[in-house]
Ligand binder design. Structure first.
Ligand SMILES: NC(=O)c1ccc[n+]([C@@H]2O[C@H](COP(=O)([O-])OP(=O)(O)OC[C@H]3O[C@@H](n4cnc5c(N)ncnc54)[C@H](OP(=O)(O)O)[C@@H]3O)[C@@H](O)[C@H]2O)c1
Length: 365
């Protein structure tokens, strides 16, 4: 068999003292994969805060001096399949998923991704997103835009509390984030949760009303706790929440938690996916994640409520739930902006601005 040499360009970094850059390597498409692997030609990859967080936290003494590839979410087409790959995965199949890695040489902001579909899950066949006329984005953009955020939101609602119903009440701190966008859709349309209250900037209230939140309160006009208290007294018959979900990093409710979260015996949960403090994206340190406050909250055996850290890599069957909701039209991945491969720095800057409304996607083709 003659060689099929291609240039594989990837967005990589070496450690936190080196910039993000494009590196190239030659790949022989006839021999670069194992019998149980496929080669996916990537069409689009989406960025997540974990991408630049891992870069800023990458100490070369601990994590080595090799190029580490950016990103986890992807969509693309299978162009090679090893002879032992399950015949669910064929050449020409359009697929998307989340390639889990920490400081991997392989990541998804690359032209060719080699993976084992039996192990590197979740991976799924792309489903068509119902679109309006003049929709500016194609299915590859949408397909890359949802696995990690949707998976995080789904596992938060699926893994902890098991008895959701139309009387359930949830408070979302950070109603505008991409994870919370998925969270409110899954809460209302999949688990049929009765009341979802969101906290966001006052400028985002109109936008977020359309997503399905029943009530929204601002975090930048008066005290967050007092704003939620007033809402609770005026429209929730002073009832407490079954879950408080934090997707920004907040600790304001801890001193008064028993006034806002139902007691432990009611199977209530406080779940954070961002720690207890808002991280400054431009200057991230390990202390932001391993703060004494978070450790004490997690380990304190006397706390009167269930506190959980959301799963960094959701392991459940969320990908099928996501496909089902997309096909039904009950969840459409939100897109903030789309960049060409060469504009990767602008894409990262946009996400780092912490003002994105939806996913920042990079198109490879
Ligand atoms: N499994 C996991 O553990 C996991 C997975 C994914 C993400 N995460 C973490 O979850 C967080 C959210 O990620 P994401 O990708 O969904 O974020 P994102 O989409 O980039 O969030 C951007 C939004 O955050 C809102 N925001 C900014 N500052 C805020 C504040 N002080 N309070 C409330 N809202 C604020 C802004 O809207 P406003 O107009 O309302 O300010 C902005 O539109 C990150 O910390 C990320 O690392 C964890």
């Amino acid at each position: 068999m003659s060689n099929e040499i291609v240039t594989n360009k990837s967005v990589t970094f070496v450690n936190n003292t080196t910039p993000v850059t494009i590196t190239s390597s030659e790949l022989d498409l006839t021999s670069c994969y194992q019998d149980d692997e496929v080669v996916i030609e990537i069409h689009a990859a989406a960025l997540n805060p974990i991408d630049f967080m891992t870069h800023q936290l990458c100490n070369s003494y601990i994590f080595g001096n090799y190029p580490k590839t950016y990103s986890r979410d992807y969509s693309g087409v299978i162009i090679k399949a090893g002879k032992n790959v399950d015949n669910r995965w064929k050449i020409g199949d359009k697929v998307n998923g989340m390639y889990n890695h920490i400081y991997g040489e392989r990541g998804t902001l690359t032209h060719y991704l080699i993976l084992n579909p039996a192990k590197d899950v979740p991976i799924t066949h792309m489903v068509e997103v119902p679109k309006e006329a003049n929709d500016p984005y194609d299915d590859f953009v949408y397909a890359a835009a949802w696995p990690l955020t949707f998976g995080t939101a789904f596992s938060t609602l699926n893994d902890f509390k098991k008895d959701w119903n139309s009387d359930s009440k949830v408070l979302v701190i950070g109603a505008s984030t991409s994870v919370s966008y998925a969270f409110v859709h899954i809460a209302k349309k999949y688990f049929n949760i009765g009341t979802v209250v969101g906290i966001c900037s006052k400028n985002s209230i109109e936008r977020n009303k359309k997503l399905g939140y029943d009530y929204l309160v601002p975090y930048d006009e008066g005290s967050i706790v007092e704003n939620v208290r007033k809402l609770k007294q005026s429209v929730l018959e002073n009832d407490r929440f079954d879950m408080i979900f934090d997707s920004v990093g907040n600790h304001d409710f801890f001193p008064v938690i028993d006034q806002f979260l139902k007691p432990k015996v009611k199977n209530s949960f406080y779940v954070t996916i961002a720690g207890n403090n808002k991280v400054n994206y431009k200057n991230i340190s390990w202390r932001d994640f391993i703060s004494l406050g978070s450790i004490l909250t997690a380990l304190n055996p006397f706390k009167k409520y269930n506190w959980r850290l959301g799963h960094p890599y959701p392991s459940n069957n969320f990908i099928e739930a996501g496909n089902e909701m997309i096909k039904k039209g009950t969840y459409k991945p939100p897109i903030d902006s789309v960049y060409e491969f060469e504009q990767y720095k602008e894409a990262i800057d946009r996400l780092m601005s912490n003002r994105a409304k939806g996913k920042v996607v990079v198109k490879m083709k």
